[in-house]
Design a binder for this molecule. Sequence first.
Ligand code: MG
Length: 290
Amino acid sequence: MTRTTIVSTALLAASVLAVAPSALAGSDKPVIKEWSQLEKNDKGRKVKVYYMTIDGVMVHETDPAKQPPPPIIKPGTCSTQDRPGTAPSDAVVLFDGKDLKHWTSTREGQPTKWIVKNGAMMPTRRSGMIRSKQEFGSCQLHVEWATPAEVKGDGQGRGNSGVFLMGVYEVQILDSYGNTTYPDGQAGALYGRKVPLVNGCRKPGEWQSFDIIFHRPVFDGNKVVKRATFTVFHNGVLIHDHYELTGGTGWKGPHAVTSYRPHGDKGPIELQDHGNPVLFRNIWVRELED
Ligand code: MG
């Protein structure tokens, strides 16, 4: 049926046009309207505001009251091997090289035995894991780490640590520079669950970074109704591209996987003590909407 036929013949066709003109894709053009008018801005001054609708749906307007601009923040600075960068102004800084006031032991009620040395934090012998006092759900997390310059051990015993989102979901830290292990347990892996897209590990002793965009899972009772997702950059290189986590990352033996276990909307950031003196610096978080 041609457009001419539709317009010239039936009432029925006319009513279809009135209800859903865009439904005639390919045979009809969308109705675009553009206009401008003078309006008072928040300072009482008259300014010209531009509008556009497509098929009656507002797609563009320059009135800042109706389309507010995003908040202005001060971005941080990038790190070098010699000097850590700074966090953006809207971030929660968890470690800036000075002290461990934002951290505690994962052993209930105990202070951490991790230490700060030369602007970096690190575990001591059998100190156990460390957790942030503040809890987070969906977030952007920046963390820098360095595996020991003096190489000891191999496989999972070489520069092992990890960053746990909500204290549960581990992005693996390992010295994966010329060190073979199971791929879903190497540096940057979502442990036991997802191999990173590439291995961009730096040499032992060099500073490396993770930038993690994490969206928390959502539970309805015992059932996960929205899975967690991870986008991760390792040393600025994408290694997980909005990956939907199919279950937990808990260790359950070689090549075994764990399932989701229900938890709250927020949890701590945890760093692992796996018996290797891995260094950390410049850790900050920005909370995100789910
Ligand atoms: Mg680990």
